[in-house]
Design a binder for this molecule. Sequence first.
Ligand SMILES: Nc1ncnc2c1ncn2[C@@H]1O[C@H](COP(=O)(O)OP(=O)(O)OP(=O)(O)O)[C@@H](O)[C@H]1O
Ligand SMILES: [Mg+2]
Length: 224
Amino acid sequence: MFGPDMISVRDLAKVFQDKKRGPVRAVDGVSFDVGRGEIYGLLGPNGAGKTTTLRILATVLAPSRGSATLDGLDIFRDGRRVRQRLGFLSGDMGLYHRLTPRELVAFFGRLNSLDGARLRPRMDELFSLLGIHEFADTKIDKLSTGMRQRVAIARTLVHDPPVLILYSTHVMEEAECLCDRIGVIHRGKIRAVGTIEELRARTGKSRLREIFLDLLSLAEGDGG
Ligand SMILES: Nc1ncnc2c1ncn2[C@@H]1O[C@H](COP(=O)(O)OP(=O)(O)OP(=O)(O)O)[C@@H](O)[C@H]1O
Ligand SMILES: [Mg+2]
């Protein structure tokens, strides 16, 4: 259904040494694949290991163990090329509030090696698509939350990356509508993977909310 794997993760693990808590196994042997054009959702309760997994894929955090490729490139050996192929929208949006949207998006475009000749039409395209033109020259600290979110999306997409780590939600209905496949993660381990239909068949539940709770209680039964 989807093209060759764009993300391939094998036995990834991260142990944090925490002064108070001791060793924290944030990610504990995670493997999964995401095909070209596929929307894959990582679903798990607070502290499950989602952000840690994504930070490793974005090459900002070194794992304790395991390997991963992104668009065929080894994320550890080819970090620079991996970052060029990745659009990462983090929860804090990563905006500099003293810049205008035009300055900010141009800055990230140049960071990703876009020259003026390619940058200008690309920014024009994105600003039209996302309705940014109207406030493109207003300082970001004067913009509303929704406007800032659009700017953050433009920043993430400016270099037209083939792999996107874009969206974070706590609304199950959104995940249910958007995701081609869902991996349920709990205490650093993937507990189940499938399409909504497959997870329905497996649990006998219909809504993602109930499917999720069902899979988590099964994981608890396995000893957590
Ligand atoms: N720098 C760190 N030092 C110590 N422990 C950490 C660090 N970063 C994350 N952790 C721990 O790793 C575990 C996984 O955290 P992570 O942020 O990956 O969870 P998450 O699935 O993204 O949760 P949420 O839904 O709340 O965002 C948690 O127990 C967290 O406290
Ligand atoms: Mg998180």
